[in-house]
Design a protein around this ligand. Structure first.
Ligand code: ADP
Length: 255
């Protein structure tokens, strides 16, 4: 069986700085993968390298055993919300339809089936009432739902999502996770750059732990250990995060 993503001795630099260093891993298909690591660990860069958006200094990374360029239509990418110009004059439905362009070819035109698929996807993420709204007029959670809808209409096999829950309300986060879980059950592979350590065990069945170097990649139970987290985050940062999570819990218990 083909691997969803495979990296071999992957090195990525920005200028002289090493961002990914000798990263080697394989992720089988059909997993829900959390890409975990501190800020600046190279998580976004790993996704971009997989997509062919940044060129490795050495080594290689492939999707479904092929270079990214050759599997473009099979990969849906949801970039960080803050990296997008939300003032661009375009409606929600038009954004979702963009997910169909990759399948059309150079002179292809959108057909009725494409419009139906876009509406169905909007419906699925609870955005049908906003189909004709300009994207600048949407909340953060709605914008993220829209991105998910665009990824869904692509009918891709591999989903790469870069911090999809940043600045998103908890209800939206849970709904998006439920949608992604169903995609996984349908055999898709989903990679999510994720920040929040306390929800990792609930969300993922596979973990890729990164801090410039790869610190682990495998089933959650094997890789998501305290020891590995200390190696990835450093002991003091981990203790700080745990304390913050505990105090958030006790605050929500009081309120
Ligand atoms: P993460 O997603 O884990 O927070 P990134 O992959 O975004 O990390 O970034 C890794 C490092 O590379 C950071 O120190 C970041 O500042 C740097 N970086 C990211 N993009 C660029 C770029 N285009 N040019 C130079 N440095 C970059």
């Amino acid at each position: 069986m083909k691997y969803a993503i495979e990296a071999k001795n992957l090195n990525v630099n920005y200028g002289k700085t090493s961002i990914l260093w000798d990263v080697t891993f394989r992720v089988p298909q059909g997993k829900l993968v959390g890409i975990i690591g501190p800020n600046g660990a190279g998580k976004s860069t790993l996704l971009k390298a997989a997509l062919g958006l940044v060129k490795p200094l050495s080594g290689k990374i492939s999707i479904l055993d092929l270079p990214a360029k050759e599997v473009k239509t099979k990969v849906a990418y949801v970039p960080q919300r803050k990296s997008v110009d939300w003032d661009f004059p375009i409606t929600a439905k038009e954004v979702v339809l963009m997910g169909r362009y990759g399948r059309l070819g150079l002179f292809g035109r959108l057909r009725k089936a494409d419009r139906v698929a876009a509406l169905e996807a909007l419906e699925l993420v609870g955005m049908a009432p906003f189909a004709h709204r300009q994207i600048s007029q949407l909340s953060g959670g709605q914008q993220q739902r829209l991105f998910i809808a665009r990824a869904l209409v692509q009918n891709a096999d591999i989903f790469l999502l870069d911090e999809p829950f940043a600045g998103v309300d908890l209800a939206t986060e849970k709904e998006i996770m439920a949608i992604l879980r169903r995609q996984k059950e349908a055999g898709k592979t989903i990679f999510i750059v994720h920040h929040d350590l306390p929800s990792v065990e609930e969300y993922f069945d596979w973990v890729l732990l990164l801090n410039t170097r790869l610190l682990g990649c495998g089933p959650l139970k094997e890789v998501f250990s305290r020891e590995n987290l200390c190696r990835a985050f450093g002991k003091s940062q981990l203790l700080f995060d745990e304390a913050a999570a505990l105090s958030a819990k006790s605050v929500s218990g009081i309120l």
